[in-house]
Design a protein around this ligand. Structure first.
Ligand SMILES: *Cc1c(COP(=O)(O)O)cnc(C)c1O
Length: 433
């Protein structure tokens, strides 16, 4: 296998060695992607090898990312990879959520089961491993939370220094706590995500820091394994739909690339349709798909689902291609719809963070519109763990959750804690009522 960094703009066509520390095309400035030239492959043999690695005690076989190393651009370097045994996330059947969304069946692939509680770990193990391969000593990212939690953990595991840039006052405590605990130098900057990203790109260049935001093509490579593992778990039978939340659109790009690679190698026969769900207050990709014309970023994005509070998604050109190729759709959902869907996912015994619940809210909307049929085989990817944002949960269940404009979010599926006296009779009466 020969892997190179290729300019995403086909008209440019520039190519760079895989160990060049760049994030954008040196010729035209466009996004980069890893491009492979695979010779003849033995699809059935690979499937068998991947399955056998699940019972191996070798860490790189146990990792749900490095297990699929034949489709990652590290060519033997995986033995130096930094792994926390990421991936290996379950497919969970959720009848109650299916009913809520007017489906006969619904399956969640829950990336919140990762070591730091989000899918960012799938990408970060590759991103930090690339930092090691390049001999970098420091890594940095701007983050709405999960990227920083993940980078901090993997950087510390690898013995690298990590620097996290966070929009001041705009991050859930669960995520900030992780960055601090895993030892990242954490800077809370008084600007929004998109402004800080511009700042950090300048600093990374000046100080030789390796940047691990989702423009980093190695993170995208790692996130492809969410799809590889999903298909492996389904004996290589693609569903009709894969539904995911869209923020910076790195994951959408990764999923689409993974599906194309699997199809091109003959590992699956058809590409499922992607459905990307955005929050109404941060939906530039939805607007672009609906209205056409030039891509317009949103200067002041707002949503309580902070993981998708992105107004200027860097990976939109890639995501656009993947929506086209997969005959996908983009939908947007309100704060109330996200909050209710999240409570329903909780009632399934599963739980997730707010951004993840946009999937179920979006599916409900798409079945009502007749885009998804009730008998379709649908997998929704839950991107983050329920404990990432406990403050949101408490407010919702106690009727105190306010949307970013200050409006009340109704506690439609609320579950308020009950204050009880120290008295068996009184408690029995409460429990019987
Ligand atoms: C990062 C993140 C997203 C958004 O993913 P993009 O690749 O930026 O579109 C959604 N949900 C959670 C929990 C995340 O951490």
């Amino acid at each position: 296998m020969l892997a190179e960094l290729a300019c995403f703009k086909q008209k440019c066509g520039a190519r760079f060695p895989i160990d060049e520390p760049i994030y954008n095309c040196r010729t035209c400035g466009a996004l980069l992607e890893v491009s492979f030239r695979n010779g003849h492959i033995h699809a059935e043999q690979w499937k068998k090898t991947w399955r056998e690695r699940r019972i191996s005690n070798e860490v790189y076989d146990q990792s749900g990312v490095w297990r699929y190393r034949e489709l990652l651009p590290f060519d033997g370097y995986h033995r130096q990879a930094v792994s926390l045994r990421e991936g290996n996330t379950p497919l969970l059947n959720a009848p109650r959520a299916a009913e809520y969304a007017n489906l006969q069946h619904l399956t969640f692939k829950h990336q919140g089961f990762n070591p730091t509680g989000s899918f960012k770990d799938n990408g970060m193990t590759c991103g930090v491993t690339q930092a090691l391969r390049l001999g970098k000593k420091r890594v940095a990212c701007v983050s709405t939370g999960n990227t920083s939690a993940s980078m901090a953990a993997y950087a510390s595991a690898a013995g690298l220094d990590s620097i996290v840039f966070i929009p001041h006052g705009n991050i859930s405590y669960g995520k900030l706590a992780q960055a601090l605990e895993y030892g990242a130098r954490t800077l809370q900057v008084e600007a929004n995500f998109d402004q800080i990203l511009a700042l950090v790109r300048v600093l990374a260049e000046r100080l030789g820091i390796y940047l691990l935001n989702s423009i980093n093509p190695f993170r995208i490579e790692g996130q492809k394994t969410i799809i590889f593992e999903m298909m492996d778990q389904r004996d290589w039978n693609p569903p009709d739909w894969i539904v995911l939340p869209g923020g910076n659109l790195g994951n959408t790009s990764a999923f689409g690339k993974a599906l194309r690679e699997l199809r091109d190698l003959g590992l699956i026969s058809v590409i499922p349709r992607l459905a990307v769900i955005q929050a109404e207050g941060a939906s530039p990709f939805y607007d672009f798909m609906r209205n056409g014309g030039a891509f317009r970023s949103q200067p002041d994005p707002h949503t309580l689902a902070t993981a998708i509070k992105i107004g200027d998604p860097v990976s939109w050109p890639k995501a656009f291609q993947e929506i086209e190729v997969s005959k996908g759709v983009v939908e947007k959902v309100s704060e109330q719809e996200i909050a209710d869907a999240k409570a329903i996912i909780g009632r399934c015994g599963i739980g997730c963070e707010p951004a993840s619940a946009a999937t179920l809210a979006g599916i409900k909307k798409l079945t009502l519109a007749g885009v998804i049929s009730e008998s379709d085989d649908v997998i929704a990817v839950l991107t983050g763990n329920v404990l990432k944002d406990p403050d949101y949960i408490y407010r919702y269940h106690t009727g105190q959750l306010k949307d970013p404009e200050g409006g009340n979010i109704e506690s439609r599926f609320g579950n308020k804690p009950i204050v009880a006296p120290n008295d068996a009779d009184a408690i029995a009466r409460i429990l019987e009522s």
